[in-house]
Design a protein around this ligand. Structure first.
Ligand SMILES: NC(=O)c1ccc[n+]([C@@H]2O[C@H](COP(=O)([O-])OP(=O)(O)OC[C@H]3O[C@@H](n4cnc5c(N)ncnc54)[C@H](OP(=O)(O)O)[C@@H]3O)[C@@H](O)[C@H]2O)c1
Length: 257
């Protein structure tokens, strides 16, 4: 099994490049392609028994539609997309091959996957599922198997709400009129951590975060609830009513459910 050739479409980008290095370290032969480098996508699909799609969320399904028909029945098509419902559906429709949706819950800055979570959505698979699980388990990743729908529902909170909250912080800091350098001078450890995250979001990875937030079908409900929480808070802040806010915080029993 060791000499299996793995093709990564989008292997010139952030997480694709990370998996290129990872699979090479595992002893596999890896071929990568981007829009203007490497073999064209169809050639890659024909030459590699395992193909991983790792392109921006908004172009993932249309790319799968182009590549899927070239994957033989006994091959494996996977994706690394941060959302799973639409890409997995697209892979099942476009290809006869085995299909496994993956979502590594980490970014390309980490050194190893040890201790980090990877979601697997096995959609049509027999021989390849134990193969990929063994590779990840050997590298001490934490694996979670679930359906694409449940994944996206969870990600509406894990990533959608979380990033929405951080972006709202950044937009509000931007609106405040204060110089960020002056804020940094008086930052708490907590704000320093958040500013580091903001640097990534308001820097090179803005597209990824914007797509994670806008493309998850389960996020509008969460945003509605977020707006309700904000309105509640505003009411208590306007009234300087710390007692009611404190009771509301305690009454949620967030950590004793
Ligand atoms: N970055 C993360 O932390 C992370 C973590 C987990 C999952 N993901 C998922 O992984 C996927 C890739 O994310 P990323 O952050 O690695 O993105 P990225 O750094 O922007 O890389 C995107 C890759 O896709 C290629 N690409 C861009 N536009 C394309 C198009 N229209 N058609 C075909 N290929 C195109 C790029 O190739 P060229 O620029 O060379 O043409 C590049 O190789 C996304 O679905 C994301 O949700 C990302």
């Amino acid at each position: 099994m060791k000499k299996i050739r793995i093709g990564i479409i989008g292997g010139t980008g952030g997480i694709g490049r990370w998996f290129d290095r990872f699979f090479q370290k595992e002893g596999f032969e890896v071929q990568v392609s981007g829009r203007s480098s490497g073999p064209d996508f169809q050639t890659l699909a024909r030459q590699c028994p395992v193909v991983v799609v790792s392109v921006p969320i908004k172009v993932t399904c249309q790319l799968i539609e182009q590549v899927g028909p070239f994957m033989p029945k006994e091959s494996l098509l996977m994706d690394l997309t941060s959302l799973k419902e639409e890409p997995v559906k697209a892979m099942l429709n476009a290809s006869r091959s085995e299909i496994i949706g993956l979502h590594p819950l980490f970014g390309p800055k980490i050194k190893s996957m040890a201790g980090h979570n990877i979601v697997l959505c096995p959609a049509r698979t027999q021989k390849w599922l134990p193969w990929i699980k063994n590779i990840f388990l050997k590298n001490r990743a934490r694996l979670i198997e679930t359906t694409p729908r449940h994944h996206d529902e969870l990600m509406a909170l894990v990533q959608g709400l979380n990033h929405l909250n951080t972006i709202t912080l950044g937009l509000t800091l931007g609106r405040s009129g204060f110089d960020l350098e002056e804020l940094k001078e008086v930052a708490t450890p907590n704000l320093k951590t958040k500013l580091d995250i903001l640097k990534d979001i308001f820097g090179p990875n803005s597209r990824l975060y914007a797509e994670i937030i806008t493309q998850n079908p389960y996020l509008p409900k969460v945003v509605k609830e977020y707006g309700e929480s904000l309105s509640e808070m505003k009411k208590w802040i306007d009234r300087k009513d710390s007692e009611t806010l404190q009771k509301r915080i305690e009454g949620t029993n967030l950590f004793s459910q």
